[in-house]
Design a protein around this ligand. Structure first.
Ligand code: NDP
Ligand code: HSE
Length: 436
């Protein structure tokens, strides 16, 4: 059989890794796909730049439109990143009847609804395993492996850069900026690394996971996001003392009131497996009504782990190329006409437990004022620690864990606590999940 011809747009970390894996494992891949998969063309901005892959035998260009308009190319692999140009290229490839594989979570989270509709009209596949959690086959697991379940919730460490930063800060006391620079050098970070540290990248991935888990449209604009830049060493240490780890989690929960979609630093009990996922590794917990909790773990970023997911998608495309488009696995797990627009809960209605840290004067009545305010908002305290004042200081740190409450009640309580004359500065608040 003729080899399948692939055009790769982008020869950076993931593009280079993909070319390498396709070449190195060519025989094994052909045995699985039933046909050879060959990269015939590739695009990059600067053709003189050194590459991590051998581009021998690949027709190189700086114009990605030559690839999406090339009648000889069967599958376009978009590994360039970004929104507008990537969208135009992918839609053009679809219009030209080509299948598409992409690692671009920003593209899928923002333009996926439009892209999948176009792909369905043309009867082509758009696969995006590498867009979430790098090398972990989490899309396939939810879309196919768990298709007998009603998914109740999922929670994941879905940004490798952020987890790498939190781990290095906690284990080695390293500086935030220094670890971020290393993550960039290792090819983990997004072109704009604020996407990693402010939770935007995790928000893109959560948008995709929630859509395939609950059968809802992709709606990134409804995700609540909070980054890791305000996490201090103090909070990391106090959390450890209380038996918790701080992880940057993406959480999606299907409740009777609506769907929670949120990304934020989270205290989780350190006995949970996911609390011990370190460095660039990712992990996603998915809870189905039939199977119960399931956990998926692996490298969340980097050239070859991500290439592993891209190549798996290529193999799936080749296997399903000749099948009837109506009978393929739906792009978003549920058939397009069965996608339901469930309400997404506004941030204020999210219910969770909290870790609070405040600095207060060390004198009688202060703690009583704080607990009275919390009680006034119906917030129960689960644990409370008051630290000894530091030498020559008259103020103390008070750390509390609360029981479940709404974000709205907590916002109001924090505003009142911060207004107390005996409390200095802002109250540090980190949400807490037991993931039980
Ligand atoms: P890189 O910046 O390493 O690579 C991007 C590539 O695209 C480069 O080769 C660049 O060319 C090329 N490119 C950019 N703009 C154009 C253009 N206008 N025309 C032609 N080529 C262009 O990015 P990554 O490989 O890290 O990421 C690629 C995608 O994969 C992104 O969507 C990212 O979110 C996603 N992803 C990344 C992961 C990772 O670990 N890095 C993991 C999972 C997903 P040149 O080299 O000449 O500059
Ligand atoms: N920048 C992303 C991360 C790449 O660090 O997780 C993988 O999607």
């Amino acid at each position: 059989m003729k080899p399948v011809k692939v055009g790769v747009i982008g020869l950076g970390t993931v593009g280079g890794g993909t070319v390498n894996v396709l070449k190195r494992n060519a025989q094994e891949i052909a045995r699985r796909a039933g046909r050879e998969i060959v990269v015939s063309r590739a695009a990059a901005r600067n053709l003189d730049q050194p590459r991590i892959c051998d581009t021998h035998g690949i027709d190189l260009t700086t114009d990605p439109f030559l690839i999406v308009n090339d009648p000889d190319i069967d599958v376009v692999v978009e590994l360039m990143g970004g929104y507008a140009l990537a969208r135009e290229l992918v839609l053009t490839a679809i219009e030209n009847g080509k299948h598409v594989v992409t690692a671009n979570k920003a593209l899928i989270a923002l333009h996926g609804n439009e892209i999948f509709a176009a792909a369905s009209r043309k009867g082509v596949m758009v696969l995006f395993e590498a867009a979430v959690a790098g090398g972990i086959p989490i899309i396939k697991a939810i879309r196919e492996g768990l298709s007998g379940n009603r998914i109740k919730w999922l929670a994941g460490i879905i940004n490798g850069t952020g987890n790498f930063i939190l781990t290095e800060m906690r284990d080695k006391g390293r500086d935030f900026a220094d670890v971020l620079a290393e993550a960039q050098a290792l090819g983990y970070a997004e072109a704009d690394p604020t996407f990693d540290v402010e939770g935007i990248d995790a928000g893109h991935k959560l948008t995709i996971l929630a859509s395939i888990a609950f059968g809802i449209p992709l709606q990134f604009d409804k995700v609540f996001t909070e980054g890791i830049t305000r996490i201090t060493r103090l909070d990391v240490e106090y959390a450890e003392e209380l038996g918790y780890r701080i992880k940057h989690l993406g959480i999606a929960r299907n409740t009777e009131q609506g769907v929670e979609l949120r990304v934020h630093p989270t205290l989780i009990p350190n006995r949970r497996l996911i609390a011990n996922v370190n460095g660039v590794m990712n992990a996603v917990l998915v809870c189905g009504d039939a199977v119960g909790p399931t956990l998926y773990y692996g490298a969340g970023a980097g050239a070859e782990p991500t290439a592993s997911a891209v190549v798996a998608d290529l193999v799936d495309v080749v296997r399903a190329m000749t099948s009837d488009p109506e009978n393929r696995v739906p792009h978003l797990a549920f058939h397009a006409d069965a996608i339901v627009d469930l309400p997404i809960l506004p941030a204020e209605e999210i219910r969770t437990a909290y870790y609070l840290r405040l600095t207060a004067e060390d004198k009688p009545g202060v703690l009583a004022d704080v607990t009275r305010i919390l009680a006034g908002h119906n917030i129960s305290i689960e644990a409370l620690i008051q630290k000894e004042p530091l030498k020559d200081q008259t103020s103390v740190s008070i750390i509390m864990l609360t029981q479940l409450t709404s974000e709205k009640e907590m916002n109001a309580a924090i505003a009142e606590i911060e207004a107390l004359a005996t409390v200095t500065g802002q109250v540090a608040r980190i949400r807490l999940e037991t993931l039980g």
